[in-house]
Design a protein around this ligand. Structure first.
Ligand code: SF4
Ligand code: SF4
Length: 95
């Protein structure tokens, strides 16, 4: 790429710096396919979370609502790996 005298004068020797993006990490999300919503006794994700970041809130009639504790998930993916119906996905979030 040729550099003109005007570019030299204006200090355009180097490409513009690319603004750094905010760091991202992964966080678990539990989708509607979760068996606990329907009353099937499954807490595999919670049992495998070493951080204790997954709680289960009773919905009545044997159904449970799995909840990811805010700030508790490290994005390790263990819960996603053990879910029998692939209801746990890992999503990128801005740290
Ligand atoms: S492992 Fe999957 S199906 Fe079981 S409670 Fe967790 S999200 Fe629901
Ligand atoms: S991704 Fe890891 S830390 Fe986050 S909820 Fe699942 S098992 Fe727990």
């Amino acid at each position: 790429m040729a550099i003109s005298r005007a570019d030299l004068f204006r200090g355009r020797l180097h490409p513009k710096p690319v603004p750094s993006e905010a760091p991202q990490t992964l966080e678990a999300r539990i989708g509607a396919a979760c068996l606990s919503y329907t009353g099937t006794d499954c807490r595999m994700c919670g049992d495998h979370c070493d951080r204790g970041a997954i709680r289960f809130r009773p919905l009545g009639r044997g159904r449970w609502l799995p909840i990811i504790e805010e700030g508790g998930c490290t994005g390790c993916g263990d819960c996603s790996a053990v879910c029998p119906v692939k209801a746990v996905t890992m999503e990128a979030v801005t740290a």
